[in-house]
Write a protein that binds this ligand. Structure first.
Ligand SMILES: N[C@@H](CCC(=O)N[C@@H](CS)C(=O)NCC(=O)O)C(=O)O
Length: 237
């Protein structure tokens, strides 16, 4: 099977049975990949294309990706997998409230993903232009300013427990899409260039993005992950 195996520099621990199966895009799989990178866990990063997925679909728990083989279990549902990994590898914050603080950011980031994904698969060019403008003029400013405010409430550096959690990693993933040159949500769209500088208005979020990017394991993962052109269908997803 033609899959991307992220084992390179993650061979610090002996072979593990963890296998994450998803399409070769970021989408619903990327926050889990960031969690595994931050936790320095070796795993098999199986990245499928549609041809490979077709015959597998019926064999998976809910007929959808991502799914993960871990601890002798086959887990499905992206939120469930992210939370399971975060708890297992101490990236879920301190106590119940720390977990809730991290999880609310993870869920907030799911709203971001939904808006972008809608804009990437429009029903017409007009709808595409409209959806991209909606993101840049309405959705993103509100979403970013509430996130900035929340970060300030939590002390300004991390979204939970004064340390890295999966809430921070979900935020990193979300913010990557905002200024991703190849993001399909903006392909062929005019007048949305402010997305490239938008983060300047949110200094805490901007610093947070850099803080997470500079975690050595995250930096290394990002340097090695597939670019948009290397993803399935060259998608920036
Ligand atoms: N609620 C599920 C939704 C998963 C989902 O929508 N997966 C899509 C890719 S992002 C999929 O598997 N599509 C292919 C198919 O349904 O055959 C989750 O969050 O994991």
């Amino acid at each position: 099977m033609n899959c991307f195996r992220f084992l390179k520099s993650h061979q610090r621990h002996k072979m593990s049975p963890i296998k994450l199966t998803y399409f070769n895009v970021q989408g619903k799989g990327e926050t889990m990949r960031l969690i595994l990178a931050a936790a320095k866990v070796e795993y098999e990063d199986v990245r499928l294309n549609f041809e490979q997925w077709g015959p597998m679909k019926e064999t998976t728990p809910f007929g959808q990706l991502p799914f993960m083989n871990i601890d002798g279990e086959e887990l499905a549902e992206s939120g469930t997998i992210a939370r399971y990994l975060a708890r297992k590898y101490d990236l879920a914050g301190d106590g119940e409230i720390g977990f809730a603080h991290a999880d609310m950011m993870f869920e907030h980031c799911n709203d971001w993903q939904k808006e972008f994904i809608l804009a990437r698969f429009p029903t017409s060019p007009e709808q595409k232009q409209e959806q991209a403008e909606k993101i840049i003029q309405k959705f993103a400013p509100t979403w970013l300013s509430t996130s900035e405010k929340m970060l300030k409430t939590r002390g300004g550096e991390w979204f939970s427990s004064n340390r890295l959690t999966y809430g921070d990693l979900a935020m990193h993933h979300a913010l990557t899409w905002l200024a991703w040159k190849e993001d399909k949500a903006f392909e062929g769209v005019t007048g949305c260039e402010e997305r490239f500088t938008m983060l300047d208005k949110y200094p805490l979020l901007k610093a947070h993005y850099k803080r997470v990017s500079n975690i050595p394991e995250i930096k290394e993962y990002i340097a090695n992950r597939p670019t948009a052109a290397q993803q399935m269908n060259g998608w920036g997803l």
